[in-house]
Write a protein that binds this ligand. Structure first.
Ligand SMILES: Nc1ccn([C@H]2C[C@H](O)[C@@H](COP(=O)(O)O)O2)c(=O)n1
Length: 221
């Protein structure tokens, strides 16, 4: 899965650079590199930073969204770096994704998604799996609107880390910043170290020349 921090997914592990290297050097070099790494005592260098990890988690959550135009994800993290909630923009529970509108340019308010969709931030707070989210940080793809800002403030979240503020000119985002400033919620933009992250599900098996039989075929008694 490719987590394009701006766009749609594909599916590798590590950064795009890792994978480009892998493609360009071919399998032999890949095996040599793997062998070199196996005998080295040094730790891996290009692991994800916490900020990149939590933002990527928000982006991964966004991939659950059915919104055909904008997929937003949010991830709530405690002071000791534990994820306690994720959310993405979607219809409320019980409101069938196929029955409610996903368009946004219909003249009738009743026929536009904005009337119904729950924002990623709201869902992340409501989906929390901890007692509360006091003093937590929220990682979110897009800067929160005024309605989500109210929820963020009331829930006790103390920091918002966003990737894009592309709607900063809209009154909703200006109001959100006003409220954050007044209530002491800090906000900062995260610039990811890589524009794209690729999850390669096949990489976990990449050092195997031959795969064993599936576990079901072994007699485990
Ligand atoms: N901070 C945000 C901003 C937007 N959303 C959701 C709400 C809609 O589903 C969509 C925006 O649609 P667009 O006007 O870009 O077509 O994104 C959110 O969850 N959080």
């Amino acid at each position: 899965m490719e987590l394009n921090m701006n766009d749609e997914p594909e599916v590798q592990i590590g950064t795009v650079n890792d994978n480009l290297k892998l493609c360009n050097t071919g399998m032999d070099n890949h095996h040599t590199k793997n062998k070199e790494m196996e005998s080295s005592n040094e730790k891996r260098k290009n692991y994800l930073s916490w900020d990149d990890f939590f933002m990527a988690t928000a982006f991964l959550a966004a991939q659950r969204s059915k919104d055909p135009v904008t997929q937003v994800g949010a991830c709530i993290v405690t002071l000791d770096k534990k994820i306690v909630g994720t959310g993405y923009n979607g219809m409320p529970i019980g409101c069938n994704d196929d029955d409610f509108p996903w368009g946004k340019n219909n003249p009738s308010t009743l026929d536009n998604k904005y009337t119904y969709v729950c924002h990623a931030e709201m869902n992340a707070v409501l989906n929390k799996n901890s007692m509360d989210v006091k003093n937590c940080s929220m990682y979110v793809a897009l800067f929160p609107c005024n309605e989500c800002a109210k929820i963020i403030i009331q829930s006790g979240i103390k920091e918002v880390v966003y990737l894009s503020d592309k709607y900063s000119f809209k009154p909703q985002m200006i109001a959100a910043k006003r409220m954050f400033n007044a209530s002491g919620v800090k906000f900062r933009q995260h610039i990811p170290s890589n524009q794209r992250l690729v999850l390669d599900f096949s990489k976990i098996n990449s050092n195997m020349t031959q795969m064993p039989n599936t576990p079901e075929k072994y007699d485990c008694k």
